[in-house]
Every structure is written in C-alpha cells, then in structure tokens.
Design a protein around this ligand. Structure first.
Ligand code: SAM
Ligand code: SF4
Length: 519
C-alpha cells in the first residue's frame, strides 16, 4: 500500500467513524449541536414566522474572502446544481462568484468536482423528492472520493424536517446552509474541509443585505438583478415566507448602480427579481419610493430591455401602470399570478383579492397598455376545490386571454395553514383538472402564436437553438421563443425576424435582412 492509499484508507476509516457516531446520536441532539448557536433552530411555523422580528435590516458593503481562503480552491473544481425559481438561479450565480474568488473553477462533470452544492427548492413535494433522489445518487461518489464536499443549500435547508432527515439518513452530506447566510460560504467551506463533522448552519432569522457579493453570471446577454428579498404575503399554501424571510428591499441607488454596471458590460436585458416585486420599497422608513419609481429610474438607463418578476396583483398600483405605459425599454409583458379564478378559493388562499378585483386590474393594465401580454401561475386542486370553483379558473383563463401559464397541482407544504386542512378532492380528479387546464393553456398559446404569422418581431438573439446548432434562438419583447437561421455574429444583438411558421410554444422565422429559412 503506498502513502496515498494509506491516507485514503485513514480518511475512509475516519469517515466511517464519523458516520457511526452520527448514527448513535439522536437527531434532536444533533440539531441542537449543529444549528448555529445564536439563531434558534425552528421548523417552518406559520405563527413564529408571522411574528417578524422588529430589528432593522443592516446593509453591508464590506464582503471579502478571508485571506486564508482566497486560494484554497486552486486546482479544484465546483459544481452547483440548481432547482426551482430564478431567485435560486441567481443565488447560484452568487455562490459561483464566491467559489471562483476562492480559486475554484466551475465544472459540469460530477465526477470532476471537489465541491458539489445542491441549491434546492421547497415549493412543491416533487421538487424536494428530486433533491433527495440526487442526494442518494451522490453517495457512491462520496465513498469513492472522501475529500469531496457535498453541500445542501437553498429553500429546503430552511426546513427543519429536511435537516432532520439528512442528519438521520444521509450522513454523506458534509454541509447544510440556508438562504440567509450564503455570504458565509468561505467560512462554511473551511469548516467542512478541516472539520470532521457535518456542518449545519441555518439561520431562522432573515439575514442582512450584503451588497458587494461577487457573481459569476450565467450569460453575457441577459442578467437577473435582485431588488428585494423575502415575502410577507403568507398565501396559505406557500412555504416561501418561511424559507426566504421577511420582505426587505435593496436601496435604489445600489440597484441602479448594478444595472449601469451591466450596461457597461454589454448586457441587453435585465430582469428585476423578487418574490413579490410590487411590495418593493414598502419597508423603507425614510423615503417614499416604490416599484413604479424604480422602473421609472431604470427606464432612463440605456439598456434595451427591462423585465420584472414576480408581481402580486394586490400591490400592483396605478403608479406602476402609468410608468410601464411609457414603453421604451420597459416591456409590456406582465406575469401576474392569479392562482385561481374563484373568489372563495382566493380567500382561502389568503391572496387578498377577488376574481372581480383581479379582472379590474387587468382592465386597467389593458387600458394603459392595449397590447400587453399577460401570463400567470395557477394552482389546481387546492383543498376542497369544487368542480364549479375549478370551472371559474377555466373561464377566467379565457376571459383574461392569458398567453401562457405555469400550472401546478396543489402540493401540501408542512407548516403552512392549507396543509392542515382536510381535503376531499381525490388525486385523480386533481390530475384531470390539471390536464383540462393545460389543454386550454396550450390552445390559447397556439392561438396567440398564430397572430404572429407574417409579422416582423424584434428578437434578442441568445445563441444556438438547443435542438439544432445551425439555428439561432432568442426571445421577442413579449417573451416568445423564436427560431431562425442567421449568422452567429448576431448572437447578443436584437434583430428583426419575419415569422413564417407558428407552433404552440415557439415561432419560426427568417431574419429580415438575411432571409435563410428554418425548416
Ligand atoms: N411570489 C410569486 C407569486 O406570488 O406568485 C411566486 C412564488 S412561487 C416560487 C411560484 C408559484 O408556485 C406560485 O405562483 C404558485 O403558483 C406555485 N406554488 C406555490 N406554492 C405551491 C404549493 N404549495 N403547491 C403548488 N403550487 C405552489
Ligand atoms: Fe408565496 Fe408568492 Fe404568496 Fe409570497 S406572494 S406567499 S411567494 S405565492
């Protein structure tokens, strides 16, 4: 046995001893031991979470990688697997930025990685099942490569039941951290590298706003910009207010500076991000400044396209509509989740608007922006949803004329009020409702697409199509995917494309100046 093999054997023995020790300790003891001492460990508990702490959120501009961690990753690679929404995608960009500053390089090959992070989503049960599946798949690799660090982060880590399950059943995980302490990654990696125990640091209290975190953005054409964090809406089905903490807005000057910086780097499009962007600024005590004001300021910046997501109908105010109606770089595609067409279900969901109020908002938006594209999110099979209530969702879908919708079957989330309700709707009925709704969504999308036949649209070219490298793909202002043939030199530019063929979810066309047809 050579020196290297001896070291590996010793490491495996120490791993096994660690696993044995964890197995013999109760999960309560482990949770008490591992949760960050100054933050009380807590399960998602709607009552506790509603009692948001009074302390002000502090802003920090002094993030730096400790000197001893700046080169720790040299010659090593990291891989981050991202589940869920744009917020998670963007958090991944931040973690990639931090790890890169520590000297790590990114890889897509699992076997090559020295650190693997699973940035998880808790919004529905099947999202969680996928992550547990992946955790299981990674076990043989960890046994083969004991120095590999496997971390679980993102929304699932904020759930005590998840942490408990990992501690009990997946001792090959080295590190668990939450959504509020991403900036602690260098310290956590250090502890995981040099310590022998599983590191669990999950803050139940929401974190401060850390402004100067490094980022490695996924592309060079479109960028996400967080404008706020957390959510205070407490829809009765939703885990987000517990996993992401209370609403807290970034200062406008920091957002504007970030957008200007992106312009200087050549980005063509920004999407302003938040769980409930319409509540932006409501937490400011010293200034009156909301999403409308922010959009108005960003409207003046020389960036071709500005989007925002996600809107909550309740806080969508007249000032925002008035600003959006100016057009220009503010695109008139509005994603406005309705969740249900039934006022009774909306009340049970705690959405704080009725079907009629939602329709009134749609009327106002259409009056100011007659060509606005509206898309939405819908949940079917909320506990005890009747056939009539579901039909109201179908009629609302038609009445608004949504051009696309993300549709979901209700998934009970532990700790939310809806999950405690008895539910008399059989799973089969819920599946049928989802199927019927999706048929309607597809029909409406296909009909909208047909109206583009022969039209010339502006496409921001993102790159080669996923299906055919000879075809280019990009999105219109209204977020329609367009495939067309053209020179690779137009990638990153906005070009005019004449639509020659329409499908349910995409358009084919020819470049107005360079007429090469897509088959
Ligand atoms: N904040 C946004 C909003 O209010 O619409 C989006 C939050 S969430 C990441 C995206 C979507 O997931 C929601 O709009 C909702 O349709 C869906 N969702 C949230 N909780 C769910 C649950 N328990 N079961 C099924 N779908 C859910
Ligand atoms: Fe969840 Fe969105 Fe409701 Fe907030 S507003 S609780 S993120 S669905």
């Amino acid at each position: 046995m050579n020196e290297e093999q001896r070291k590996q054997q010793a490491q495996i023995r120490s791993e096994e001893a660690n696993i044995e020790r964890i197995k013999n300790t109760s999960s309560e003891e482990l949770i008490a031991k591992y949760f960050h001492a100054e933050y009380e460990p807590q399960a998602p508990d709607i009552k506790k979470a509603r009692k948001r702490r009074k302390e002000d959120i502090q802003f920090h501009y002094d993030f730096s990688i400790p000197e001893d961690m700046q080169r720790i990753g040299e010659g090593k690679k990291f891989l981050i697997r991202t589940y869920g929404c744009q917020m998670n995608e963007h958090d991944t960009e931040v973690m990639a930025g931090i790890l890169s500053e520590m000297g790590y390089e990114s890889t897509n090959v699992t076997e090559e990685a020295d650190i693997i992070l699973l940035n998880t989503c808790a919004i529905r049960e099947n999202a969680e099942n996928k992550v547990f599946g992946e955790i299981g798949h990674l076990k043989p690799l960890k046994l083969e490569k004991p120095d590999l660090i496997i971390g679980v982060c993102g929304c699932m880590s904020q759930e005590e039941s998840v942490v408990d399950r990992i501690l009990k059943k997946h001792q090959h995980i080295d590190l668990i951290f939450g959504t509020h302490n991403i900036h602690r990654l260098p310290h956590l990696v250090k502890e995981a590298l040099f310590g022998k125990e599983m590191i669990v640091e999950v803050w139940s209290k929401e974190g401060d706003i850390i402004e100067n975190l490094p980022k490695v953005r996924k592309g060079k054409i479109k960028a996400w910009v967080n404008i706020m964090y957390g959510c205070d809406k407490f829809c009765t089905y939703c885990i987000v207010p517990m996993t992401r903490g209370k609403e807290r807005s970034r200062h406008p000057q920091d957002i504007i500076q970030e957008v200007r910086h992106l312009v200087a780097q050549g980005y063509q499009e920004v999407t302003l991000l938040g769980q409930n962007v319409n509540a932006y600024g409501k937490d400011f005590e010293d200034i009156e400044y909301g999403l409308g004001d922010l959009m108005d300021d960003i409207h003046k910046i020389d960036i071709p396209r500005v989007r925002f997501t996600t809107s909550h109908p309740r806080d969508f105010d007249d000032r925002l509509i008035e600003v959006l109606a100016q057009g220009g770089n503010l695109l008139d595609h509005i994603h406005l989740p309705v969740q249900s067409g039934s006022s009774e279900i909306l009340k049970k969901m705690n959405r704080k608007y009725t079907r009629e109020e939602y329709l009134e908002l749609v009327r106002k938006i259409r009056k100011a922006m007659p060509n606005a594209t509206l898309t939405t999110d819908i949940i079917v099979g909320f506990p005890n949803e009747t056939e009539e209530q579901f039909e109201e969702t179908m009629t609302l879908m038609e009445e608004v004329g949504f051009e696309a919708a993300y549709t979901y079957i209700y998934s009970p989330r532990e700790g939310t009020p809806a999950a405690r309700k008895k539910d008399d709707v059989p799973e089969e009925v819920k599946k049928q409702r989802l199927y019927r709704l999706n048929e309607l969504v597809n029909k409406q999308s296909a009909e909208t697409m047909k109206t583009y036949q022969g039209e010339v649209v502006k496409v921001l070219v993102e790159g080669e199509s996923k299906k055919d490298p000879d075809v280019l793909a990009g999105y219109t202002e209204r977020n329609k995917l367009v495939n067309f043939k053209g020179p690779k030199s137009v990638i990153g530019q906005i070009v005019e494309v004449e639509i020659t063929d329409t499908k349910t979810w995409s358009l084919n066309g020819v470049m107005a100046e360079n007429r090469v047809e897509v088959k």
